[in-house]
Design a protein around this ligand. Structure first.
Ligand code: AMP
Ligand code: FE
Ligand code: FE
Ligand code: ZN
Length: 287
């Protein structure tokens, strides 16, 4: 199949279908305004933004790659697995994302109940910051804390009240990364571990485990991401070379919710081609 993709590619963008602050169409417009010409929408555990984003990208004359950031968990770590061009109707994947999103709601309510014992914050405050059916996460709790005047911005909320050290944190259900990689592969998609080498609690998984993910069909790593450490990037580049994996660079744009700007990191055309050639679950969209 022939399709168009040339120019800067940013394969990690969030809308208000999860914890971004803008509609899918607005995200595409912002990415375009920042010079991006191939863009993926990768809302957490949800694909409902694809049609709006795809239509917006077509109007802008750019290429849209359908994607998602699937929540997973390895030991204590929160692990995010980007999936591209999978079949959004795949029954196993739909069942798993339904389960994750459902559990995220109860978990957010528990966090808010706990915070509410010390601060003037209620579940209604969080609902007021959340669009209908959005994948609920701590960023929405952060927005409620901002609206209540308790913190200035999401960064302050994550550095303070929402940080696990403060004692309000609760995990949510998530499959282990092997399951996540297999689900995406079985749905015809290509998996890429998002920000695999951040500092702190979610730091890089052991190489031996990452090699199990590769054996299970992992496509590659998101290496150029502002939260990856320099030493982690070096280790990941070496692993990618050894196993001939896909490497990507992305912004992880969340609208006004994070300082990340579209196009601040990009993915090469060659790597975009490898993703599109390998995937069988859905197709890129363009005018
Ligand atoms: P959760 O999945 O509910 O635990 O929340 C994690 C989400 O919070 C991630 O997807 C990030 O987008 C967002 N996040 C993490 N740290 C920050 C931060 N410092 N500022 C804004 N958003 C953040
Ligand atoms: Fe997020
Ligand atoms: Fe992430
Ligand atoms: Zn993300």
């Amino acid at each position: 199949m022939a399709y168009l993709f040339s120019g800067p590619a940013d394969l990690h963008l969030h809308s208000n279908h999860s914890d971004g602050t803008e509609t899918p169409a607005e995200v595409m417009r912002q990415a375009h305004a920042h010079g991006v010409r191939t863009m993926a929408l990768t809302d957490h555990d949800r694909t409902t933004g694809w049609d709006e984003a795809g239509a917006a990208a077509a109007r802008l004359g750019v290429t849209f790659l359908p994607g998602m950031e699937l929540s997973a968990k390895h030991e204590w770590r929160s692990v995010h697995v980007l999936g591209y061009l999978f079949d959004p109707g795949d029954a196993a994947l739909v069942a798993e994302t339904d389960r994750i999103r459902g559990d995220r709601i109860g978990r957010a309510e528990r966090i808010v109940r706990s915070i509410g014992r010390d601060y003037d914050l209620s579940w209604d405050d969080v609902l007021a910051q959340t669009t209908a059916d959005a994948t609920v996460g701590r960023p929405h709790i952060a927005d409620a804390l901002i609206a209540r005047g308790i913190v200035r911005d999401r960064t302050e909320a994550f550095d303070g009240i929402l940080h696990p050290r403060e004692g309000y944190y609760e995990p949510h259900y998530a499959p282990d990364p092997l399951t996540a990689v297999r689900l995406i592969a079985d749905a015809g998609g290509v998996s890429v571990i998002a920000h695999p080498a951040t500092a702190g609690r979610d730091r890089m998984m052991p190489v031996a485990f990452i090699e199990q993910l590769i054996a299970a069909g992992l496509g590659g790593f998101e290496i150029d991401h502002r939260e990856n450490t320099e030493s982690g990037k070096r280790a990941l580049r070496e692993l990618a070379r050894k196993h001939d994996l896909i490497v990507t660079g992305s912004s992880d744009y969340h609208g006004a919710g994070k300082p990340n700007r579209p196009g601040e990191n990009t993915t090469s055309e060659e790597m975009v081609a490898r993703i599109t050639e390998r995937a069988t679950g859905s197709a890129p969209r363009y005018a």
